[in-house]
Design a binder for this molecule. Structure first.
Ligand code: FAD
Length: 491
């Protein structure tokens, strides 16, 4: 019987497994697909490998950097081109204001803010610096509500929505402020002003860029973790989906479905003393055979489709739109919600392109699937052909250069339905309730059942990684206290 089973081999499951295994716990990890990493995955165009999903981590908390250092990867950490991203409004494009968080300006009176909002809306935004604070600690409003009340709806529409839509796949009015940025609301109450809170949090953040990545992309983290997990003796079961979990007094019994394409699909049973579920909330409920309130509510995750284009376009060598473009949802002639100019953002990608294909080549990633799009709109469910046609049409608008379809050297479409759980107040509440119910189980002397991952911790590596580490440590301490014969070294 394995001591701890981890279900799900995304970054949350891998992090928890690593934390336990390095302390000396026997871990078995079950991943339904044929590869580890979940939303952190590679894709290759003309021999150049880039990220197909998550491509960076936020540095506002030191947690991810610390984890990478613990893995011995600190030398590989890279910062993006400081040029930053631009914002596409219906009327014009402009660099994103330099002093913001989630688009919320730290200096509402700055020129780059006025350039986007116009003088009148910028003046309204600046009222935040003087207006009395009416929000209180007991409330849990959405990001949109807070920004609209403090700075005016134009700030939400023009500055915040392009970011939450492009980065979080969420409408700012349906994104709990606590999910978007865990410290922001408390800082605003303490400062009596949203802009001052933004400035203070930015000043307190580590110097340098707001995001970082690894040389070669975030997917190199997965290969490094996989190698270390194998060295630590973790049994990694790929193509092994867990279909049900039965909890009994001394442990859990899991039904597994083996889906190796080379073998006949089969079923089996495994036992473990404790369980970490690194999958989404509705999946946790389904595994436990629970009536799911949240499944129905959250099945509507619309997903995103990412079109990556490799173009030969020397006209992009000057990086006319910085590292990419966030598109305000009100744009009607552009169907993408964001574009990353991968080879402008990451020096390693530009070097790899040049080495493989010579100068003048660029990699651009366009994302489709806006949160408030009508069901038939372009996005996750669209065909590759429709998505690529739209990307070719969007390209000149987004790059500000006349890049045409004939300049495309290679292209690929990747779809993600998971990994961006929305972060609305209802989803956050369901996640808390489910975690509390699982904790009661462990407290009553039964097996410890933990739930990690973005559905519970919030979207993004800066939230997922420290949460998975903390929960794995908690379990380690409990195993040590149980008087295990193993000599555990919980970190
Ligand atoms: C397109 C996109 C871009 C993103 N970009 C960034 C970024 O740049 N920076 C950032 O910080 N965050 C980013 N995010 C968010 C970030 O990727 C996620 O928050 C994080 O990777 C989620 O990790 P996870 O382990 O919780 O889930 P996942 O990565 O979804 O992993 C869950 C794993 O569990 C497996 N699984 C599911 N059910 C079962 C089962 N029953 N049995 C066995 N295995 C199962 C799945 O196959 C999967 O491998 C992005 C998300 C998306 C979708």
């Amino acid at each position: 019987m394995a001591r701890v089973a981890v279900v799900g081999g995304g970054i949350a499951g891998l992090t928890a497994a690593w934390e336990l295994a390095r302390a000396g716990v026997q871990v078995d990890l079950f991943e339904a697909t044929d590869r580890l990493g979940g939303v952190i995955a590679p894709v290759t165009l003309s021999g150049v490998q880039v990220d197909a999903g998550a491509e960076a981590f936020a540095t506002r908390v030191p947690a991810v950097g610390e984890f990478l250092a613990d893995l011995g990867l600190e030398e590989q950490i890279v910062s993006p081109n400081p040029a930053g991203a631009w914002l596409q409004l219906p009327e014009f494009a402009a660099p994103l204001p330099a002093t913001g968080i989630l688009g919320i300006p730290g200096e509402p009176g700055a020129d780059d803010v006025a350039a986007i909002l116009g003088a009148q809306h910028a003046a309204r935004a600046a009222e935040d610096l003087r207006a009395p604070m009416t929000w209180t600690a007991g409330q849990s409003p959405s990001l949109g509500e807070v920004v609209a009340e403090r700075m005016g709806p134009a700030v939400v529409e023009k500055l915040v929505a392009p970011i939450t839509s492009g980065v979080h796949s969420a409408d700012p009015y349906d994104l709990a402020v606590s999910a978007a940025h865990p410290q922001l609301y408390r800082a605003m109450l303490a400062e009596g002003s949203l802009a001052t809170a933004v400035s203070r949090l930015r000043a307190a953040a580590p110097a340098g860029s707001a995001v970082q990545s690894l040389w070669g992309g975030m997917s190199t983290l997965i290969s490094a973790l996989e190698a270390q997990l194998r060295d630590l003796g973790v049994n990694i079961h790929l193509n092994t989906g867990v279909s049900e979990v039965q909890v009994h007094r001394n442990g859990v019994r899991m039904g597994v479905i083996l889906a190796d394409s080379h073998l006949r699909p089969g079923r089996g049973e495994v036992e473990a003393e404790h369980l970490i579920m690194a999958v989404e909330g509705p999946e946790v409920e389904a595994l436990l055979g629970q009536e799911s309130a949240s499944a129905a509510r959250h099945s509507a995750q619309s997903g995103v489709a990412l079109v990556t284009l490799l173009v030969h376009a020397p006209e992009l060598d000057s990086h006319p739109r910085g590292t990419g473009m966030l598109v305000a949802p009100s744009n009607e002639n552009i169907r993408a919600k964001a574009m990353t100019h991968i080879s402008a953002k990451w020096a390693w990608a530009a070097e790899a392109l040049e080495a493989k294909l010579g100068p003048g080549h660029h990699l651009l990633r366009l994302s489709y699937g806006r949160v408030n799009d009508s069901p038939g709109a372009l996005g996750f469910g669209s065909s590759d052909r429709d998505l690529i046609t739209a990307a070719i049409a969007d390209l000149p608008h987004l790059t500000g250069a006349p890049v045409a379809g004939e300049q495309i050297v290679d292209r690929t479409v990747v779809r993600w339905q998971r990994g961006l759980p929305g972060g609305g107040a209802a989803q956050r509440g369901d996640a808390e309730d489910l975690k509390a119910a699982l904790a009661i189980q462990g407290a009553e002397g039964g097996p410890q059942l933990a739930a990690v991952g973005s559905w519970f911790a919030g979207t993004g590596l800066a939230q997922v990684i420290p949460d998975a580490r903390a929960q794995a440590r908690e379990l380690c301490v409990r195993l040590a206290e149980e008087g295990s014969s193993l000599d555990l070294r919980c970190h």
